[in-house]
Design a protein. Structure first.
Length: 215
């Protein structure tokens, strides 16, 4: 009986010793888990705030770039218009007809037509394709502001717009003239609303054949 009691006491002592060792470990593990959860939540909150701040900063930068581009473009359009106005009033000479091989930039279809020569004061918008020859207004705009410029002439009642003078260089190294923007294109619809909108196009090849017939 004494031996059995001693064995029970020994087991109890061992169990108590194990409990005294394990309990603090479990407590430490639980405390560590709570701390890690709080750190994770704090990091997530801080990361969300940081991401939000970065996104706001990026958005403001993009807005600033767009605003500066718009202001620069508006200033160049205004300056180009001033140069055109300085050249003189726009007029058409019905006694001087120019033949054009007008290329639809949307479909590639070529149409032959005759248009009266357009002028700005004494400046005549002849179909000049070679950069060795000066072109009125557009070359002055490029010289002063380093920007591309094109003069359009209305082709018909529909409102198709023909490029008759330009400082834009086409793929063949010539001035990009002789093509036209169809009246039904998005660019023309925006233009007809009176909004000043920058426009970029594929230059392609100039209408050299049309120009040669008028020189």
């Amino acid at each position: 009986m004494f031996l059995e009691d001693s064995g029970n006491i020994r087991r109890k002592i061992v169990a108590v010793g194990i409990l005294l060792v394990v309990a603090p470990l479990l407590t430490l593990l639980a405390a560590g888990w709570v701390v890690m959860q709080r750190i994770s939540q704090a990091a997530l909150l801080d990361g969300t705030k940081t991401s939000g701040a970065n996104l706001t900063h990026l958005t403001r930068n993009l807005f600033g770039i767009c605003r500066n581009y718009h202001q620069d473009t508006a200033a160049k359009l205004k300056s180009g218009r001033a140069i055109l106005d300085e050249a003189g009033p726009i007029a058409l000479d019905p006694n001087r007809q120019l033949l054009w091989q007008a290329k639809n930039e949307a479909t590639g279809e070529v149409t032959e037509l005759s248009l009266p020569m357009m002028m700005a004061g004494n400046a005549k918008f002849m179909p000049v394709v070679d950069f060795t020859r000066p072109a009125p207004v557009v070359d002055e705009i490029e010289r002063l502001y380093g920007t591309a410029a094109t003069v359009f002439q209305r082709m018909n009642e529909d409102g198709d717009m023909l490029r008759v003078c330009s400082n834009v260089r086409s793929d063949d190294g010539m001035r990009s003239i002789g093509s036209f923007i169809p009246a039904k294109s998005r660019v023309r619809r925006v233009h007809q609303t009176g909004r000043s909108t920058p426009y970029r196009r594929r230059t392609g090849r100039s209408s050299r054949r049309a120009s040669a017939r008028n020189q």
